[in-house]
Every structure is written in structure tokens, then in C-alpha cells.
Design a protein around this ligand. Structure first.
Ligand SMILES: Cc1cc2nc3c(=O)[nH]c(=O)nc-3n(C[C@H](O)[C@H](O)[C@H](O)COP(=O)(O)OP(=O)(O)OC[C@H]3O[C@@H](n4cnc5c(N)ncnc54)[C@H](O)[C@@H]3O)c2cc1C
Length: 347
């Protein structure tokens, strides 16, 4: 906020970008490539371009965005074309207007490659730190950013791309903890500044499924989902295209046992137990939401997707839940092929 005493700035920039997720990296690269001296501030240098949920790029309503960012000189399309584990065009049985290219990417490789891109971009400085306040002038114009431990950086413009971190909170059953996303702390301070400046802030809810060890899964009971025979690309630049070996995904389904277990325990979920007042997102409802909202359906598709080439973690797509951790393994084991599965991370 407006300081009472003169502020000592460590360094001066044209632009400061707060955040190094998909949007922060694109904003910082765009600024630097336009010749602006740019600082990208982020909570953890080891989590640059870390994908918080499924490491997927594109899909319905999102593939166009990735193509458009590429056309504007952005990086997400090139990144997906370099780090994919599997590519498929979704909705290909329908008309071309709804075709959507989707890539399952390697989460760790994606982050590593993007870190390398931003670290080697001219005009771009990267710094670990939590922005807790904006430094404002007499007329509330932005002069810079202050970090939690008191460093100040001056800038002509500040871009905030803080994702799910501002005052973030994780719920599993009736237990909660402050967190930006699993395993990372929440960001404090900046929300108060934004509120004092007259911005309205609210709370959104999303979810993520448990992760399972692929060595504990029986794929013979599932339907194989192979990659497309002909690989397609997000980027319009053929030099960014990397032909690589692809991996299979698999399809299983919820069973009457899954539905019964969830119905019997609905009151233990944060939404249905009334611990939080939130509606889930339409794009990715929890499995308990699907079972309540689509009660007439006796089964739902569950896609089993790898999170990396060199790690055993599988993402259980369609099985996001807020139910307690001690129920989650039993729920997973009701799915065909997952009867003996080992859970690596809870939902
Ligand atoms: C569990 C979960 C499930 C999700 N599922 C989906 C999904 O299915 N589909 C979908 O499209 N999206 C999903 N999302 C949303 C997802 O966050 C975004 O799609 C995407 O990651 C947003 O990118 P971003 O760059 O805006 O933010 P993020 O990727 O969240 O990056 C935010 C960055 O800001 C940094 N940061 C935050 N606060 C500060 C601060 N004060 N100072 C310095 N740095 C700071 C963080 O360190 C991080 O680098 C999900 C999110 C979560 C947590």
C-alpha cells in the first residue's frame, strides 16, 4: 500500500509478473520478448509451470486457446508438442467444429522444459519470493511489489497470475488446511491489498482425484485408449514438433458398489456435509456430485492416465472427490482393474 516513508527498491523493472504457472510464464515471456525488462516472482523456483491437477493440455473448449496462444507467439503449444505422453483428437466422431486436440503431458518434464525456457529468456529475471503487497503512489498508481520478507521491486506495471494460491485452502472430508495446491503453502497479504483497492474477491472450488501406483493396476480388465495413429500438433511452427513414443491410457467404469459406498457416505464430503458452502465446477465435477446429479445413470466412465514416463503415478480422471482419505482406497478398489490398487496420493 502507500508507504509512509520512502521505499528502497532492490531493482527496477518495466513489468513484474507475480506467479509462474501457465499464465505467469506466458506473461513474463511475452513482456521480455517485447523488450521489457521483466521480473517473474514465484513461491517456489522448483515448481515453475507445475500443473496442479491432470497434466493435460487442450481438450474441449481449451485446445483453441492453446492454438491461439501459439499464434500470438506463446509457449504452451510448443511445450505440449515437446512433452506429450499421448495425443488424441477428442470428439472426432462429430463435426470438425467440435474437434479438440488433447495432450496428456509428462508433468515433471513439462515443468523442467518450461523452467529452462524462462531461465534462458533475455530480459527476464526470475526470483523466488511471496508478493504480499503492492507499493502504491499518491494516486494509488502501482510503483512496485513488496515481498513477505521485505524486499521491494519497482515496476511500471504489475501482472498478477496467482492461480489458486491467494488464501487457498484444501479440504479432505471434514479436515482442512491452508494451501495453494497440494504440498504448497497458500499466499497471504495480496488479497487484502486487492480488497483495499476496491477489487471484489471470492472463493472458487475445484478438486483432484487420488493418484495410484500403475504397478498395482490390472489393465486387462480395462479398455485400452491408444493414442491417435497420426499425431497432430498444437503449435503452428513445425520446428517445435517432436515425434516421440506415446503411451496408452485406459478406461474403466464405476460399479454399483462404487455408487453405494458414495451414497452411504455423502454426509462426510465437504459439500454434502455442509463443511463448505461451494458449488463444484461444471467442467470437472466430483464423483459424488455426478452420482447425486445424474442419479439415473448406473455407471460413469473413469479414465486412467499416466502422469509421467518415468514415474509410477496414474491420474484417475473422473474420480475427483472430497470424501475422507480413509474411504478413498475402498472407493478406488470398486473399479474394475483397481481391486488391489495402491494409492500414492489422496484426492
Ligand atoms: C486441485 C486443482 C484442480 C484443478 N483442475 C483443473 C482442471 O481440471 N482444468 C483446468 O483448466 N484447471 C484446473 N485447475 C486450475 C488450475 O489452477 C489452472 O488451470 C492453471 O494452473 C492456472 O494457471 P495459472 O498460471 O493461472 O496459476 P497456477 O498454475 O496456479 O500458478 C500460480 C503461480 O503463482 C505463484 N504465486 C501465487 N501467489 C503468489 C505470490 N503471492 N507471490 C509470488 N508468487 C505467487 C505460484 O507459486 C504459482 O507459480 C485446477 C487447480 C487445482 C488446484
Amino acid at each position: 500500500m502507500t508507504p509512509q516513508t520512502p521505499i528502497e527498491f532492490q531493482d527496477e523493472f518495466d513489468i513484474i509478473v507475480i506467479g509462474a504457472g501457465h499464465s505467469g510464464c506466458e506473461a513474463a515471456l511475452a513482456g521480455a520478448r517485447l523488450g521489457c525488462r521483466t521480473l517473474m516472482l514465484t513461491l517456489n523456483l522448483d515448481k515453475i509451470a507445475w500443473q496442479p491437477c491432470n497434466p493435460a493440455v487442450g481438450g474441449p473448449a481449451k485446445s483453441q486457446l492453446a492454438h491461439e496462444v501459439d499464434a500470438l507467439g506463446g509457449e504452451i503449444g510448443k511445450m505440449a508438442d515437446r512433452t506429450y505422453l499421448q495425443k488424441r483428437v477428442l470428439n472426432s466422431s462429430r463435426g470438425p467444429a467440435v474437434w479438440a486436440l488433447r495432450a496428456q503431458t509428462d508433468k515433471r518434464e513439462y515443468s523442467r522444459v518450461m523452467k529452462n525456457v524462462v531461465e534462458n529468456q533475455a530480459n527476464l529475471v526470475i526470483r523466488e519470493g511471496m508478493a504480499t503487497d503492492l507499493v502504491l503512489g499518491k494516486n494509488d498508481e502501482v510503483l512496485g511489489v513488496q515481498t513477505y520478507f521485505g524486499a521491494n521491486f519497482a515496476a511500471k506495471a504489475v501482472i498478477i497470475t496467482t492461480g489458486t494460491f491467494l488464501g487457498g485452502c484444501i479440504w479432505v472430508g471434514n479436515k482442512s488446511m491452508p494451501a495453494g495446491r497440494a504440498g504448497e503453502f497458500a499466499a497471504t497479504g495480496l488479497t487484502d491489498t486487492l480488497n483495499q483497492l476496491g477489487f471484489e474477491t471470492g472463493r472458487l472450488k475445484t478438486g483432484t482425484p487420488a493418484r495410484v501406483d500403475k504397478r498395482s493396476v490390472d489393465y486387462s480388465k480395462m479398455e485400452v485408449q491408444p493414442p491417435d495413429k497420426e499425431v497432430r500438433w498444437f503449435s503452428f511452427d513445425p520446428e517445435a514438433w517432436v515425434e516421440r513414443e506415446q503411451m496408452n491410457c485406459y478406461l474403466t467404469r464405476t460399479t454399483p458398489e462404487t455408487h453405494q459406498l458414495i451414497q452411504d457416505n455423502l454426509h462426510l464430503s465437504p459439500v454434502y456435509g455442509g463443511f463448505i458452502d461451494a458449488k463444484g465446477p461444471r467442467y470437472c465435477p466430483s464423483i459424488e456430485d455426478k452420482i447425486v446429479r445424474f442419479a439415473h445413470k448406473d455407471s460413469h466412465q473413469i479414465f486412467i492416465e499416466p502422469e509421467g514416463r518415468e514415474i509410477p503415478e496414474l491420474y484417475i480422471q473422473g474420480f475427483s472427490t472430497g470424501l475422507p482419505e480413509n474411504l478413498q482406497l475402498a472407493m478406488l478398489r470398486t473399479l474394475p482393474g483397481m481391486e488391489n490398487c495402491v494409492m500414492l496420493r489422496p484426492a
